[in-house]
Write a protein that binds this ligand. Structure first.
Ligand code: FAD
Length: 378
Protein backbone atom coordinates (compact mmCIF):
# COMPACT_ATOMS: atom_id res chain seq x y z
CA UNK A 1 0.00 0.00 0.00
CA UNK A 2 1.54 3.36 -1.00
CA UNK A 3 1.95 5.97 1.75
CA UNK A 4 -0.23 8.93 2.62
CA UNK A 5 1.65 11.79 0.96
CA UNK A 6 1.50 15.29 2.41
CA UNK A 7 2.91 18.10 0.26
CA UNK A 8 4.13 21.05 2.31
CA UNK A 9 5.98 21.46 5.61
CA UNK A 10 4.27 24.61 6.84
CA UNK A 11 1.97 24.64 9.84
CA UNK A 12 -0.74 22.89 7.80
CA UNK A 13 1.39 19.95 6.64
CA UNK A 14 3.14 19.42 9.98
CA UNK A 15 0.02 19.87 12.09
CA UNK A 16 -1.71 17.23 9.99
CA UNK A 17 1.25 14.87 10.36
CA UNK A 18 1.15 15.28 14.15
CA UNK A 19 -2.63 14.75 14.24
CA UNK A 20 -2.33 11.58 12.14
CA UNK A 21 0.28 10.23 14.51
CA UNK A 22 -1.90 10.87 17.57
CA UNK A 23 -4.27 8.13 16.42
CA UNK A 24 -2.16 6.07 14.00
CA UNK A 25 1.52 5.48 14.65
CA UNK A 26 2.22 3.03 11.84
CA UNK A 27 0.57 3.94 8.49
CA UNK A 28 3.43 5.09 6.25
CA UNK A 29 3.41 8.87 5.74
CA UNK A 30 5.73 10.73 3.38
CA UNK A 31 5.96 14.51 3.58
CA UNK A 32 7.39 16.25 0.54
CA UNK A 33 8.51 19.86 0.78
CA UNK A 34 10.18 22.35 -1.51
CA UNK A 35 11.97 23.98 1.43
CA UNK A 36 14.33 22.62 4.08
CA UNK A 37 11.49 21.24 6.19
CA UNK A 38 12.45 23.05 9.40
CA UNK A 39 9.51 23.38 11.75
CA UNK A 40 8.65 26.96 12.67
CA UNK A 41 5.57 28.97 13.51
CA UNK A 42 5.03 31.47 10.72
CA UNK A 43 3.22 34.08 12.88
CA UNK A 44 6.48 34.57 14.78
CA UNK A 45 8.08 36.11 11.68
CA UNK A 46 6.31 39.41 12.24
CA UNK A 47 7.18 39.89 15.90
CA UNK A 48 10.60 38.29 16.19
CA UNK A 49 12.48 41.58 16.71
CA UNK A 50 10.32 42.45 19.71
CA UNK A 51 10.63 38.88 20.97
CA UNK A 52 14.42 39.20 20.71
CA UNK A 53 14.70 36.19 18.36
CA UNK A 54 17.14 35.73 15.53
CA UNK A 55 15.90 34.15 12.31
CA UNK A 56 17.76 30.93 13.17
CA UNK A 57 16.14 30.74 16.61
CA UNK A 58 12.66 30.62 15.05
CA UNK A 59 13.19 27.10 13.68
CA UNK A 60 12.37 24.80 16.57
CA UNK A 61 13.10 21.45 14.87
CA UNK A 62 14.90 20.25 11.75
CA UNK A 63 13.26 18.00 9.17
CA UNK A 64 15.37 15.08 10.45
CA UNK A 65 14.09 15.62 13.97
CA UNK A 66 10.48 15.90 12.79
CA UNK A 67 10.85 12.72 10.72
CA UNK A 68 12.21 10.79 13.70
CA UNK A 69 9.63 12.14 16.16
CA UNK A 70 6.66 11.55 13.85
CA UNK A 71 7.83 8.29 12.27
CA UNK A 72 7.58 9.77 8.77
CA UNK A 73 9.69 10.02 5.65
CA UNK A 74 10.43 13.68 4.87
CA UNK A 75 11.77 14.63 1.47
CA UNK A 76 13.23 18.13 1.71
CA UNK A 77 14.19 20.50 -1.13
CA UNK A 78 11.86 18.40 -3.30
CA UNK A 79 9.28 20.11 -5.46
CA UNK A 80 6.14 18.36 -6.66
CA UNK A 81 5.78 19.28 -10.32
CA UNK A 82 2.72 17.29 -11.41
CA UNK A 83 -0.16 15.24 -10.05
CA UNK A 84 -1.57 12.20 -11.88
CA UNK A 85 -4.90 11.78 -10.15
CA UNK A 86 -5.84 8.71 -12.22
CA UNK A 87 -2.64 6.85 -11.52
CA UNK A 88 -2.49 8.19 -7.92
CA UNK A 89 1.10 9.38 -8.23
CA UNK A 90 2.98 12.64 -8.14
CA UNK A 91 6.03 13.73 -10.06
CA UNK A 92 8.93 15.05 -8.01
CA UNK A 93 12.38 16.27 -9.03
CA UNK A 94 13.87 12.80 -8.66
CA UNK A 95 11.11 10.69 -10.22
CA UNK A 96 7.62 9.61 -9.23
CA UNK A 97 5.91 8.77 -5.98
CA UNK A 98 2.70 6.74 -5.56
CA UNK A 99 0.15 7.76 -2.95
CA UNK A 100 -2.85 6.15 -1.30
CA UNK A 101 -4.10 9.58 -0.21
CA UNK A 102 -2.58 12.91 -1.21
CA UNK A 103 -2.86 16.06 0.91
CA UNK A 104 -1.97 19.38 -0.65
CA UNK A 105 -0.79 21.83 2.03
CA UNK A 106 0.96 24.16 -0.41
CA UNK A 107 0.41 27.53 1.25
CA UNK A 108 0.12 30.84 -0.57
CA UNK A 109 2.38 33.10 -2.61
CA UNK A 110 2.95 36.81 -2.01
CA UNK A 111 1.01 38.80 -4.60
CA UNK A 112 3.53 40.24 -7.10
CA UNK A 113 4.02 43.96 -6.40
CA UNK A 114 4.15 44.95 -10.06
CA UNK A 115 6.40 47.93 -9.37
CA UNK A 116 8.55 49.46 -12.06
CA UNK A 117 12.06 50.84 -11.65
CA UNK A 118 15.53 49.41 -11.34
CA UNK A 119 15.14 48.95 -7.59
CA UNK A 120 11.95 46.86 -7.93
CA UNK A 121 13.87 43.57 -7.96
CA UNK A 122 15.27 44.43 -4.53
CA UNK A 123 11.81 44.68 -2.91
CA UNK A 124 11.44 41.93 -0.31
CA UNK A 125 8.45 39.92 0.89
CA UNK A 126 8.41 37.70 3.97
CA UNK A 127 6.34 34.55 3.69
CA UNK A 128 8.64 31.85 5.03
CA UNK A 129 11.72 31.35 7.14
CA UNK A 130 14.14 31.68 4.21
CA UNK A 131 12.54 35.02 3.28
CA UNK A 132 12.91 36.10 6.87
CA UNK A 133 16.61 35.25 6.94
CA UNK A 134 17.05 37.45 3.86
CA UNK A 135 15.00 40.22 5.45
CA UNK A 136 16.98 40.21 8.70
CA UNK A 137 20.24 40.31 6.72
CA UNK A 138 18.91 43.24 4.68
CA UNK A 139 17.86 45.36 7.68
CA UNK A 140 21.03 44.66 9.64
CA UNK A 141 22.73 48.02 10.31
CA UNK A 142 20.00 49.87 8.37
CA UNK A 143 17.49 52.42 9.58
CA UNK A 144 14.71 53.28 7.11
CA UNK A 145 12.14 50.68 6.09
CA UNK A 146 9.26 51.27 3.67
CA UNK A 147 6.40 48.81 4.12
CA UNK A 148 3.96 48.46 1.22
CA UNK A 149 0.53 47.48 2.53
CA UNK A 150 -1.20 48.21 5.83
CA UNK A 151 -3.08 44.95 6.24
CA UNK A 152 -2.47 42.44 9.03
CA UNK A 153 1.07 41.51 8.03
CA UNK A 154 2.10 45.09 7.13
CA UNK A 155 0.83 46.44 10.47
CA UNK A 156 2.57 43.70 12.43
CA UNK A 157 5.90 44.32 10.71
CA UNK A 158 5.46 48.09 11.13
CA UNK A 159 4.93 47.64 14.86
CA UNK A 160 7.84 45.23 15.23
CA UNK A 161 10.25 47.42 13.24
CA UNK A 162 9.21 50.72 14.85
CA UNK A 163 9.47 49.18 18.31
CA UNK A 164 13.00 48.03 17.44
CA UNK A 165 13.96 51.61 16.54
CA UNK A 166 13.60 51.59 12.74
CA UNK A 167 12.09 54.56 10.92
CA UNK A 168 9.03 53.05 9.23
CA UNK A 169 6.88 54.39 6.39
CA UNK A 170 3.73 52.45 5.50
CA UNK A 171 2.06 52.97 2.13
CA UNK A 172 -1.56 51.82 2.18
CA UNK A 173 -4.30 52.17 -0.40
CA UNK A 174 -7.11 52.21 2.17
CA UNK A 175 -8.08 55.16 4.33
CA UNK A 176 -7.05 53.33 7.51
CA UNK A 177 -5.20 50.08 8.30
CA UNK A 178 -7.04 46.77 7.92
CA UNK A 179 -9.98 48.62 6.39
CA UNK A 180 -11.55 45.40 5.12
CA UNK A 181 -11.69 44.02 8.66
CA UNK A 182 -12.12 47.06 10.90
CA UNK A 183 -14.58 49.95 11.00
CA UNK A 184 -12.87 53.33 10.71
CA UNK A 185 -12.84 54.13 14.46
CA UNK A 186 -10.97 50.90 15.28
CA UNK A 187 -8.58 51.27 12.35
CA UNK A 188 -7.86 54.88 13.21
CA UNK A 189 -7.01 53.96 16.79
CA UNK A 190 -4.51 51.39 15.53
CA UNK A 191 -3.06 53.93 13.08
CA UNK A 192 -2.70 56.55 15.83
CA UNK A 193 -0.99 54.12 18.19
CA UNK A 194 1.49 53.02 15.54
CA UNK A 195 2.06 56.68 14.59
CA UNK A 196 2.86 57.41 18.25
CA UNK A 197 5.51 54.70 17.97
CA UNK A 198 6.98 56.57 14.99
CA UNK A 199 5.23 54.94 12.00
CA UNK A 200 4.70 57.39 9.16
CA UNK A 201 1.45 56.56 7.29
CA UNK A 202 0.69 57.23 3.63
CA UNK A 203 -3.03 56.45 3.35
CA UNK A 204 -4.93 56.36 0.07
CA UNK A 205 -1.68 55.81 -1.82
CA UNK A 206 0.03 53.11 -3.82
CA UNK A 207 3.67 52.78 -4.72
CA UNK A 208 4.40 53.11 -8.44
CA UNK A 209 8.13 52.55 -8.77
CA UNK A 210 11.28 51.86 -6.82
CA UNK A 211 14.57 53.34 -7.94
CA UNK A 212 17.99 52.54 -6.60
CA UNK A 213 19.90 55.46 -5.06
CA UNK A 214 23.48 55.76 -3.83
CA UNK A 215 22.37 54.89 -0.30
CA UNK A 216 19.31 52.68 -0.78
CA UNK A 217 15.98 53.06 -2.55
CA UNK A 218 13.54 55.74 -3.49
CA UNK A 219 9.88 54.69 -3.57
CA UNK A 220 7.66 56.89 -5.75
CA UNK A 221 3.97 57.03 -4.82
CA UNK A 222 1.04 57.68 -7.14
CA UNK A 223 0.92 61.33 -6.00
CA UNK A 224 4.63 61.63 -6.89
CA UNK A 225 5.64 61.79 -3.24
CA UNK A 226 9.02 60.09 -2.72
CA UNK A 227 10.07 57.95 0.22
CA UNK A 228 13.74 57.23 0.91
CA UNK A 229 14.33 53.76 2.33
CA UNK A 230 17.15 51.31 2.99
CA UNK A 231 14.84 48.32 2.64
CA UNK A 232 11.43 47.99 0.95
CA UNK A 233 9.10 45.29 2.23
CA UNK A 234 6.02 44.33 0.24
CA UNK A 235 3.09 43.13 2.37
CA UNK A 236 0.26 43.60 -0.10
CA UNK A 237 -1.27 40.18 0.37
CA UNK A 238 -1.05 36.50 -0.45
CA UNK A 239 -2.83 34.29 -2.94
CA UNK A 240 -3.33 30.55 -2.55
CA UNK A 241 -1.01 28.27 -4.52
CA UNK A 242 -3.40 26.61 -6.97
CA UNK A 243 -1.31 26.06 -10.13
CA UNK A 244 -0.19 22.51 -9.32
CA UNK A 245 -3.75 21.36 -8.59
CA UNK A 246 -5.16 23.17 -11.60
CA UNK A 247 -2.61 21.59 -13.92
CA UNK A 248 -3.65 18.20 -12.52
CA UNK A 249 -7.29 18.84 -13.41
CA UNK A 250 -8.37 19.54 -9.82
CA UNK A 251 -11.01 22.29 -9.57
CA UNK A 252 -9.76 25.58 -8.14
CA UNK A 253 -11.35 28.92 -7.41
CA UNK A 254 -9.62 31.38 -5.14
CA UNK A 255 -8.02 28.31 -3.56
CA UNK A 256 -8.05 24.58 -4.21
CA UNK A 257 -11.72 23.78 -3.82
CA UNK A 258 -12.77 21.17 -1.28
CA UNK A 259 -15.86 19.97 0.51
CA UNK A 260 -16.11 19.90 4.30
CA UNK A 261 -14.15 16.63 4.36
CA UNK A 262 -11.37 18.63 2.66
CA UNK A 263 -11.59 16.34 -0.35
CA UNK A 264 -10.96 18.03 -3.70
CA UNK A 265 -12.68 17.22 -6.98
CA UNK A 266 -10.20 14.33 -7.42
CA UNK A 267 -10.68 11.11 -5.46
CA UNK A 268 -8.23 10.65 -2.58
CA UNK A 269 -6.77 14.14 -3.00
CA UNK A 270 -7.30 16.61 -0.15
CA UNK A 271 -6.29 20.22 0.43
CA UNK A 272 -5.86 22.26 3.60
CA UNK A 273 -4.25 25.38 5.03
CA UNK A 274 -3.65 28.59 3.08
CA UNK A 275 -4.02 26.88 -0.32
CA UNK A 276 -7.49 25.48 0.36
CA UNK A 277 -10.93 26.89 -0.30
CA UNK A 278 -13.22 24.90 1.93
CA UNK A 279 -16.82 25.15 0.73
CA UNK A 280 -16.09 28.55 -0.74
CA UNK A 281 -14.03 29.88 2.19
CA UNK A 282 -10.28 30.50 2.11
CA UNK A 283 -9.20 31.25 5.68
CA UNK A 284 -5.45 31.90 5.72
CA UNK A 285 -4.93 31.76 9.48
CA UNK A 286 -3.59 29.29 12.01
CA UNK A 287 -6.74 28.35 13.88
CA UNK A 288 -8.67 27.17 10.79
CA UNK A 289 -5.79 24.94 9.69
CA UNK A 290 -5.66 23.39 13.18
CA UNK A 291 -9.38 22.56 12.95
CA UNK A 292 -8.82 21.18 9.43
CA UNK A 293 -5.87 19.02 10.56
CA UNK A 294 -7.85 17.40 13.36
CA UNK A 295 -10.80 16.67 11.08
CA UNK A 296 -8.67 15.36 8.21
CA UNK A 297 -6.66 13.06 10.48
CA UNK A 298 -9.98 11.46 11.48
CA UNK A 299 -11.09 11.16 7.87
CA UNK A 300 -7.80 9.62 6.75
CA UNK A 301 -8.04 7.13 9.63
CA UNK A 302 -11.41 5.94 8.27
CA UNK A 303 -13.91 8.11 10.15
CA UNK A 304 -15.21 10.76 7.75
CA UNK A 305 -15.03 13.95 9.83
CA UNK A 306 -16.34 17.19 8.34
CA UNK A 307 -14.66 20.46 9.24
CA UNK A 308 -16.82 22.47 11.62
CA UNK A 309 -15.31 25.80 12.52
CA UNK A 310 -15.99 27.41 15.86
CA UNK A 311 -16.02 31.23 15.96
CA UNK A 312 -12.34 32.04 15.39
CA UNK A 313 -11.23 35.60 16.27
CA UNK A 314 -7.96 36.68 14.67
CA UNK A 315 -5.47 38.52 16.90
CA UNK A 316 -3.38 41.17 15.16
CA UNK A 317 0.05 41.20 16.83
CA UNK A 318 0.40 44.97 17.25
CA UNK A 319 1.37 45.39 20.91
CA UNK A 320 1.28 49.19 20.47
CA UNK A 321 -2.49 48.69 20.24
CA UNK A 322 -3.65 45.06 19.94
CA UNK A 323 -6.59 44.16 17.74
CA UNK A 324 -8.93 41.15 17.82
CA UNK A 325 -11.32 40.74 14.96
CA UNK A 326 -13.99 38.28 13.99
CA UNK A 327 -15.31 39.54 10.67
CA UNK A 328 -19.00 39.10 9.91
CA UNK A 329 -19.76 36.71 7.05
CA UNK A 330 -19.35 38.27 3.60
CA UNK A 331 -22.55 40.07 2.63
CA UNK A 332 -23.99 39.88 6.16
CA UNK A 333 -26.85 42.35 6.66
CA UNK A 334 -26.81 44.78 9.57
CA UNK A 335 -24.08 47.13 10.64
CA UNK A 336 -21.45 48.20 13.15
CA UNK A 337 -22.21 49.69 16.55
CA UNK A 338 -19.02 51.32 17.79
CA UNK A 339 -18.10 52.40 21.29
CA UNK A 340 -14.81 54.13 21.98
CA UNK A 341 -13.09 54.60 25.32
CA UNK A 342 -9.69 56.07 26.16
CA UNK A 343 -8.09 52.63 26.10
CA UNK A 344 -9.79 50.86 23.21
CA UNK A 345 -12.61 50.47 20.73
CA UNK A 346 -15.43 47.91 20.85
CA UNK A 347 -17.23 47.52 17.52
CA UNK A 348 -20.03 44.96 17.33
CA UNK A 349 -21.59 43.90 14.05
CA UNK A 350 -25.23 42.91 14.56
CA UNK A 351 -28.09 41.98 12.25
CA UNK A 352 -31.56 43.60 12.26
CA UNK A 353 -32.64 41.30 15.10
CA UNK A 354 -29.66 42.42 17.21
CA UNK A 355 -27.82 39.09 16.85
CA UNK A 356 -24.04 39.40 17.05
CA UNK A 357 -22.39 38.48 13.74
CA UNK A 358 -18.85 39.65 14.28
CA UNK A 359 -16.71 42.13 16.14
CA UNK A 360 -13.60 44.27 16.06
CA UNK A 361 -11.92 45.04 19.37
CA UNK A 362 -8.85 47.12 20.05
CA UNK A 363 -6.66 47.91 23.05
CA UNK A 364 -8.07 46.79 26.40
CA UNK A 365 -11.33 45.73 24.71
CA UNK A 366 -9.51 42.74 23.14
CA UNK A 367 -9.88 41.02 26.54
CA UNK A 368 -13.55 40.46 25.67
CA UNK A 369 -12.85 38.45 22.52
CA UNK A 370 -13.43 34.95 23.88
CA UNK A 371 -16.65 35.85 25.65
CA UNK A 372 -17.97 37.63 22.56
CA UNK A 373 -16.86 34.80 20.24
CA UNK A 374 -19.20 32.47 22.16
CA UNK A 375 -22.11 34.80 21.37
CA UNK A 376 -21.46 34.90 17.62
CA UNK A 377 -23.72 32.62 15.62
CA UNK A 378 -21.46 30.35 13.48
P1 FAD B 1 2.95 27.56 4.30
O1 FAD B 1 3.51 27.83 5.63
O2 FAD B 1 3.15 28.59 3.25
O3 FAD B 1 3.55 26.18 3.81
C1 FAD B 1 3.47 25.77 2.48
C2 FAD B 1 4.46 24.63 2.28
O4 FAD B 1 4.25 24.06 0.98
C3 FAD B 1 5.91 25.05 2.32
O5 FAD B 1 6.63 24.08 3.06
C4 FAD B 1 6.34 25.02 0.85
O6 FAD B 1 7.71 24.75 0.69
C5 FAD B 1 5.50 23.85 0.36
N1 FAD B 1 5.27 23.80 -1.09
C6 FAD B 1 4.59 24.69 -1.85
N2 FAD B 1 4.55 24.26 -3.12
C7 FAD B 1 5.20 23.07 -3.16
C8 FAD B 1 5.48 22.14 -4.21
N3 FAD B 1 5.06 22.31 -5.47
N4 FAD B 1 6.19 21.03 -3.88
C9 FAD B 1 6.61 20.82 -2.61
N5 FAD B 1 6.36 21.66 -1.60
C10 FAD B 1 5.66 22.78 -1.88
N6 FAD B 1 -2.10 33.63 11.12
C11 FAD B 1 -2.69 33.71 12.35
O7 FAD B 1 -3.67 33.01 12.59
N7 FAD B 1 -2.18 34.53 13.32
C12 FAD B 1 -1.09 35.32 13.10
O8 FAD B 1 -0.68 36.05 13.99
C13 FAD B 1 -0.45 35.25 11.82
N8 FAD B 1 0.67 35.96 11.58
C14 FAD B 1 1.27 35.86 10.35
C15 FAD B 1 2.43 36.57 10.11
C16 FAD B 1 3.07 36.49 8.88
C17 FAD B 1 4.32 37.28 8.63
C18 FAD B 1 2.53 35.66 7.86
C19 FAD B 1 3.19 35.58 6.50
C20 FAD B 1 1.37 34.94 8.08
C21 FAD B 1 0.74 35.02 9.34
N9 FAD B 1 -0.41 34.28 9.61
C22 FAD B 1 -1.00 34.36 10.85
C23 FAD B 1 -0.94 33.30 8.65
C24 FAD B 1 -0.44 31.88 9.00
O9 FAD B 1 0.91 31.93 9.35
C25 FAD B 1 -0.67 30.95 7.81
O10 FAD B 1 -2.08 30.83 7.67
C26 FAD B 1 -0.08 29.55 7.96
O11 FAD B 1 1.24 29.59 8.46
C27 FAD B 1 -0.13 28.84 6.62
O12 FAD B 1 0.45 27.57 6.71
P2 FAD B 1 0.46 26.59 5.45
O13 FAD B 1 1.12 25.36 5.93
O14 FAD B 1 -0.89 26.51 4.86
O15 FAD B 1 1.36 27.33 4.36
Amino acid sequence: MPPIVIVGSGLAGYTLLKEIRKCDTTTPVTLVTADNGAFYSKPNLSNALTAGKTAAALASASAEKMAAEQNATILTHTRVTAIDTQGQRIRIDSGELDYSKLVLALGADPIPHGLSGEGAAGVLAVNDLADYVAFRNAIDGKKRIAVLGGGLIGCEFANDLAHAGFAVDVVHLGGWPLERLLPVEAGQRLADSLAALGVNWHFGRTAKSVEQTTDGYQVALDNDEKIAADVVLSAIGLRPRTQLAQAGGIPVGRGIQTDRLLETGAANVYAMGDCAEVEGLNLPYVQPLMVQARALAGTLAGTPTPVIYPAMPVMVKTPAHPVAVLPPKIGAAGGWKVECSDTGVCALHTDEAGRLQGFALTGTETGRRNALAKEVAT
